[in-house]
Design a protein around this ligand. Structure first.
Ligand code: PEP
Ligand code: MN
Length: 388
């Protein structure tokens, strides 16, 4: 329920409403500058509006029937601004661009990719160390080694790193050529069995050292250590177990607004309501710093990888106060259309873009067909920067 105060309502009148809410065992969220809006949070059942309508200074009382409250624009009309390396992402802020190759590749290519993303003027570098694939048996990323390469990109460019947490991986054993990367000692990544215990234990190389067990070298821990923003991919858009763990690892309970941001991609067949409910879930587990990412939905439009959903940005905007970015690379799946998708999304109010870019897209390890070159990336950043 939201209680909108009349213009000019006194602070005592606002306090009376808040006290009424607290007396009923619920919590209150106050927003709005001139006209205060007080959200009543935590009620499992309908609350009688008359309890508030009769209080002095109250203008309008509205029952919110949406299941999501924490990220609901009706309850929180002001945009949530999510911090990224000193800038803010969200409605009304300068549009941002996060770019990079689909997957982390060899170190030299990654450093070059970092350089072109930085020179284009983008605000963040993104590449996947753990890759969920259309065919699961394809190359799944360099894992921890990939995260270490992302550290090097960050060191050399200063760009914040966005990378995906996929879930129950341990370390990726094989490279794209099917061989174990030379930097990894095969001994370290082979599962070991302990007498009397059927579970495989994956010991090191990880921050927890050789004596640590499987659960503690779980990839989400590593991703949290290395990423500035954790991405949840479309295949995991509604994986509540993963969402819960990611929220628990990234949240800052004392200062929720300082939680490490999560970039949540829309599940490929999720409705907008389902999508927003997933963001609500992250917020409910303590991390409100969620950036929503539209990336096209299924079934695909003829000739495209997906059905581009930038036209739903204004609808999403009405539902939630969270930042919204658009990923034209996955939405279209066609390199030449990425620019059009980027412009369309900006025109529909996107707060930012996610772009797959590579120094030499023809040679990209994954998703090369939808990856743009440095010149196109630069053009996209210019368009985004100049968008009012
Ligand atoms: C990606 O971001 O490279 C990716 C796999 O995206 P999605 O989850 O949207 O398919
Ligand atoms: Mn990709």
């Amino acid at each position: 329920m939201i209680i909108q105060m009349r213009e000019g309502a006194t602070s005592d009148q606002v306090t009376a409403v808040v006290n009424q809410i607290k007396d009923m065992g619920y919590s209150a969220n106050i927003s709005g500058a001139d006209t205060k809006i007080i959200g009543l949070i935590g009620n499992p059942h309908k609350v009688d509006p008359d309890l508030f309508e009769r209080l002095d200074g109250v203008g309008h009382v509205e029952q919110i029937t949406d299941r999501y409250k924490l990220v609901n624009r009706k309850v929180h009309p002001e945009p949530r601004l999510v911090p990224l390396n000193g800038t803010m992402i969200g409605e009304g802020q300068p549009r941002i661009v996060i770019a990079g190759p689909c997957a982390v590749e060899d170190l030299e290519t990654m450093l070059e990719a970092g350089r072109i993303v930085k020179e284009a003027g983008a605000h963040g570098f993104r590449a996947g160390a753990y890759k969920p694939r259309t065919a699961g048996i394809d190359f799944q990323g360099y894992g921890l080694l990939g995260l270490q390469r992302l550290d090097r990109v960050k060191e050399t460019t200063g760009l914040p790193i966005v990378t995906e947490a996929t879930g129950a991986h341990h370390h990726v054993v094989t490279g794209p050529d099917g061989k174990i990367p030379t930097e990894i000692n095969p001994e370290d990544i082979a599962p070991k069995f302990i007498k009397g215990d059927k579970r495989p234990y994956f010991m090191g190389p990880g921050r927890y050292g050789k004596e640590e067990c499987f659960e503690k070298v779980h990839s989400i821990f590593h991703v949290t250590d290395h990423a500035d923003i954790l991405q949840i991919g479309t295949r995991n858009g509604q994986a509540y177990g993963l969402l819960q763990t990611v929220a628990e690892l990234t949240r800052n309970l004392k200062h929720p607004e300082k939680s490490k941001p999560v970039l949540l991609k829309r599940g490929m067949s999720s409705s907008l309501k389902e999508f927003v409910n997933c963001a609500e879930y992250l917020a409910a587990y303590g991390n409100p710093n969620v950036i929503l990412c539209l990336r096209g939905i299924q079934p695909a439009k003829d000739g495209l990888r997906n059905n581009p959903d930038y036209d739903q940005i204004p609808l999403l905007r009405k539902m939630t106060n969270l930042p919204i970015v658009f990923d034209p690379s996955h939405a279209y799946g066609v390199r030449d259309m990425v620019v059009y998708g980027a412009e369309a999304a900006l025109g529909h109010g996107a707060d930012g873009l996610l772009i797959e870019a590579h120094p030499d897209p023809q040679k990209a390890l994954t998703d090369g067909h939808q990856t743009v070159n440095p010149d196109v990336l630069e053009k996209i950043v210019r368009v985004a920067e100049n968008y009012i």
